[in-house]
Write a protein that binds this ligand. Structure first.
Ligand SMILES: *[C@@H]1O[C@H](CO)[C@@H](O)[C@H](O)[C@H]1NC(C)=O
Ligand SMILES: *[C@@H]1O[C@H](CO)[C@@H](O)[C@H](O)[C@H]1NC(C)=O
Ligand SMILES: *[C@@H]1O[C@H](CO)[C@@H](O)[C@H](O)[C@H]1NC(C)=O
Length: 507
């Protein structure tokens, strides 16, 4: 039984002791000195709770005469303490001038026994010893608090802009000598520990990127083994999105080049913002000014219809206050080049090549037929062997060995990157030729050949008739007969060649 009682006793003692830090009235007014750390610019609470136990029966209603007086003790024994704040029994509050707007105790302090002093924002000169005297029922209890301050300094002062070197420093009012400072970013010890844990204590980032933004914690270790830390939320004014964005746009379509700041400049008190776009095209600079709007952080450039000539690198320069930050954006135009110009005849060997003006090297292409003529849709499935079995094909080139009516319609070439679909371009395929089936090309070829033959036979007859007529008039030129006989087949041959050429350009 005895050990059990001892354990219970210890548990209750510990509970009561721990609760003293958090719960009002659960513990004695602390007469021993407490240490509180606060970062300059943040807020601090100097704890002081009135013990419920000591007040006994009077707990429910604190006596009317209860009052509290917070004093700042002098830095040296010669210095007189000065009053910070006083709440009289009547509820009247007096605050001394130097800290007047920054200090307070809860309105309900006299009722709930929480006399903690709240300081916001903390200044570096607030560091020092504080004492609270709580007077009730002619009894006096006091709280002693030692306020230590930590200063985090950023240079140049906020806002930090992308790629401009920055220095973060941390110091504190602790009197021992500083042994080491460590820096943690988003909870992790910053990379390359050699650089980030140092004796001089400063964190230097030569080219801050957007990834360096966020919560930083400095941890100071002193020669007396005291460890103090402070948090700092580093905001970097830069651009949203990837560092070198690429916009993929189909030739002939509109493109919007992004340029969005990471923060609204007005969040830093900057109200003058101008954005300017430029593009080096064919040796001369094109410029666009974007009307500024301080309630916006986005300055996109809209290009209504892009061609391969518009592709290339664009620069968005944003003037924020006295500084200018810029981001390069690449416009890659997607085009389709067919091996046959103009309408395509049935039976032709067609190659459609999808290309990018500014490939980044990681792009993949996919060809897909968006809509096939409705009447042929079933046929397309049934006779897909003609196409090699695909309606969708990987790679930049779409090859159709024998073009048929079911290939007409819209084809789409999509560009994919590691992050997904980047853009697409459509190509409308028009097919000419007889609607009658099998095999249309040979059929039309035979017809043309027959017609040509008939035409030349007629021509030969005419020429011969003319020659005979001339011969009848002037028999002095016998050679002409041979000449005519030779000319006719030559002319025919030339016509045939030309015909062949036309056939080639169409297919
Ligand atoms: C006591 O008052 C301070 C402000 O004066 C407040 O921050 C703190 O949370 C209060 N404590 C409790 C336990 O309510
Ligand atoms: C910490 O550094 C800041 C800026 O350099 C300085 O104003 C402040 O007095 C220092 N604080 C202490 C406690 O040394
Ligand atoms: C400024 O931007 C806001 C938000 O994007 C928009 O609602 C507003 O119309 C803009 N004003 C002007 C003058 O462009």
């Amino acid at each position: 039984m005895r050990p059990v009682t001892l354990v219970l006793f210890l548990t209750f003692t510990l509970l009561a002791f721990n609760a003293g830090h958090i719960l009002p009235g659960a513990a004695e007014v602390r007469s021993r000195k407490q240490k509180v750390w606060a970062r300059v610019g943040s807020s601090a609470v100097l704890p002081c709770y009135l013990s419920r136990k000591k007040m006994g029966k009077s707990w429910k209603h604190l006596p009317d005469k209860t009052s509290v007086l917070w004093k700042r003790l002098g830095r040296s024994t010669h210095q007189e303490p000065h009053i910070v704040l006083e709440v009289e029994g009547s509820g009247l509050r007096k605050t001394a001038l130097p800290m007047k707007p920054r200090v307070s105790v809860q309105d309900s302090a006299l009722r709930n026994g929480n006399f903690s002093l709240h300081i916001s924002p903390v200044r570096s000169e607030d560091a020092g010893l504080y004492e609270a005297q709580v007077v009730y029922n002619t009894k006096v209890q006091s709280c002693h608090v030692d306020l230590g301050v930590i200063t985090v300094t950023l240079s140049p002062p906020s806002p930090v802009v992308e790629n401009e070197p920055l220095l973060l420093r941390c110091n504190s009012s602790h009197h021992a000598s500083l042994v080491e400072t460590c820096w943690f970013h988003n909870g992790h010890l910053a990379p390359t520990s050699g650089t980030f844990c140092s004796s001089h204590g400063a964190l230097s980032i030569l080219r801050p990127a957007m990834s360096d933004a966020g919560s930083w914690r400095c941890q100071l270790r002193y020669s007396d083994n005291e460890i103090i830390s402070a948090m700092y939320n580093l905001q970097i004014l830069g651009f949203d999105g990837p560092a070198n964005p690429v916009v993929y746009a189909a030739a002939g379509s509109a493109a919007d080049l992004p340029c969005t700041l990471s923060y609204l400049p007005s969040a830093f008190g900057i109200n003058v913002v101008t954005a300017h776009w430029s593009h080096l095209a064919g040796g001369h600079m094109q410029d666009w000014g974007i009307a500024h709007n301080s309630s916006s952080r986005s300055f996109p450039l809209h290009l209504p219809a892009v061609g391969p000539g518009d592709a290339g690198q664009y620069r968005c320069a944003v003037s924020v206050g006295s500084r200018t930050i810029s981001r390069d954006v690449t416009l890659a135009v997607v085009t389709v080049t067919p091996n046959i110009q103009g309408p395509v005849s049935e039976g032709c060997h067609l190659l459609l090549t999808c290309s990018l003006t500014h490939p980044q090297g990681h792009e993949r292409f996919q060809w897909k037929q968006l809509d096939s003529p409705p009447t042929n849709s079933k046929l397309a499935v049934a006779t897909s062997h003609n196409l090699g079995g695909y309606r969708s094909q990987m790679g930049p080139t779409l090859e159709i060995r024998h073009v048929s009516q079911k290939d007409s319609g819209t084809w789409e070439c999509s560009v994919y990157g590691p992050e997904g679909r980047l853009g697409a371009v459509e190509y409308g395929l028009q097919i000419t030729g007889a609607q009658v089936s099998s095999p249309p090309t040979i059929f039309s070829g035979q017809v043309t050949f027959g017609l040509t033959l008939t035409f030349f036979l007629l021509l030969t007859v005419c020429v011969l008739a003319l020659a005979l007529q001339k011969r009848a008039r002037s028999p002095a030129f016998p050679a002409l007969d041979g000449m005519v006989a030779i000319t006719v087949p030559r002319k025919k041959e030339a016509e045939e060649n030309q015909k062949e050429k036309i056939q080639q350009t169409e297919c």
